[in-house]
Design a protein around this ligand. Sequence first.
Ligand code: NDP
Length: 605
Amino acid sequence: MTATDTAATPRRRIDREALRQRYREERDKRLRADGNAQYVRLKGRFDRYLEDPYTRVAPRPAKTDHVTFAFVGGGFAGLATAARLVEAGVRDVRIVEKGGDFGGTWYWNRYPGAQCDTASMVYMPLLEETGHRPSEKYAHAPEILAHCRRIGETFGLYDKALFHTEVEALTWDEARSRWTIRTNRGDAFTAQFIGLGTGPLHVPKLPGIAGIESFKGHSFHTSRWDYAYTGGDPLGAPLTKLADKRVGIIGTGATAVQCVPHLARAARELYVFQRTPSSVDVRANAVIDPSWFASIATPGWQQRWLDNFTANQAGGQATEDLVQDGWTDLARRIRERILALPKEARTRESMLAAFEDADHEKMEEIRARAEAIVHDRATAEKLKAWYRQLCKRPCFHDSYLQAFNLPATHLVDTDGKGVERTTGNGVVAAGVEYRLDCLIYASGFEVGTEYRHRAGFDPVGRDGLALSTHWKEGMRSKHGTHVHGFPNAFFVQPTQGANFISNVPHNLTEAGRTIAMVVRHALDNGFREIEVTREAEDEWVRLLLTSAGRMTGGADCTPGYYNNEGQDPGPAARLNVGYPAGATAYFSYLDGWRRDGRFEGLAFR
Ligand code: NDP
């Protein structure tokens, strides 16, 4: 390759090889042998970081009754599934949720500035069914949490829900064709069907650095924001109690990008400890005009928007882009470059090269943005992200980079090494101790750990088969929903289905629709059990293995949860993929599979 290796259809000359080299160097700085083991588990050792600061735990008698459907998790997965069940006439639905209300991630994440990163029109589920008009293109967290409550109320889900309750055991009762659910509140009730929607990001983690116990100041994780200490509120009121405080925040991921501007405005001094910079693109939020909304919100509008958003990114033939944001922009650039290739030149290699060039172009713009916004040259350089855009979760914000222009905000870049330790007085990074009154962990959530660790239980299905045993060599399912050996159990999550990560709720609402239809079918026909056959599961897994793999993460990427912290994830990771033909094709296939009414691959008994 020459130094200036250009794309087939260059908009600007991209020094592809130089960029690759720079990306490798930055990745290598950050690579570490301990992978996921670098983080500490909170349960047991650091329980105080898990306590619910928002709702008091109310005593209640234990449940020993029977329900038709029990769902583990009261976030979007549980709400969307339960709503579809209620629509299908299955009203006896109990959601079990560890938080004090519905909302899942939106219950816990109330940090200042929390906001959805995908457009509300497609991100917020069941808008049409609940008659809600989002107030902004990217709604803030309080509105999303209120929407979760609205879904709960609209579909009558509160009466049976169990909050502040963690499932500890799920066991299939062969003789009675039902599940027994045991919880940390002493419940031992049964359900004919169960759904599992515990979410991918619900167990907070801290960096495994020495001295966390010894820090004498105040500290909390962003998913348990302590407004009593900081002042302010989730609606954005200023964090007035920080005016005389030296505050440190560890982490510069999607969460920190949203809350740093608020801390920067409020704290006496703010130290942002950075290991890897995020790519921070334009947000361009806007108020949703009621009259515009009324003009487009004709029956079926949300499904049209969902289909359009997906089609713009995942293999669809969209002629217009309704959402027009950072997600669809990258996809558009890739598509345009590929379409510009002569048909006969569209080999796998040339298409991957076109993808790479579109990515480089985008990332150059994002790096130029840091340079244009941040006044101090050295700080701007450190805020530049040197990796491909889908190596880490892309971020979008219009006041994060600007926060570093405030005199009280200090970027403490650790050159990929991370903070070293905590002392009684503060944090040591790059050999320097920063004295702090308050330390905030924006250090994310467990991702690469085993399902049973994150869920807190290991379902036991037919013949005493534990899910961890069935999935020893990797996840196995049909559609990511049905698992052989686990009758009447439904998994609600994206993997092995559409795997459409830029709008996770779309995956969940489709799974909810499927579950409601198959449960209705079973109830109408007097079937006690629904189970995917072994052959159908095997066949689905074989199909998944023809997939080209994930667009996110990869061994060349800077480490993070998208690529198992840069460690070889093992052969099981080959199964953490979606439908090979892409999300649009998957949703269309699934629609046909449901409409057909035979639910091929499922056995009803
Ligand atoms: P992340 O896991 O994305 O970020 C954790 C941060 O902590 C990273 O910057 C990481 O650095 C840093 N870190 C960890 N250990 C150390 C250390 N020892 N020293 C210094 N820094 C350290 O967590 P987030 O909570 O930011 O986001 C998690 C996910 O939640 C997002 O990816 C997104 O999917 C979702 N989210 C969605 C939002 C939305 O839709 N609106 C908003 C916020 C989050 P490094 O990068 O080097 O690992």
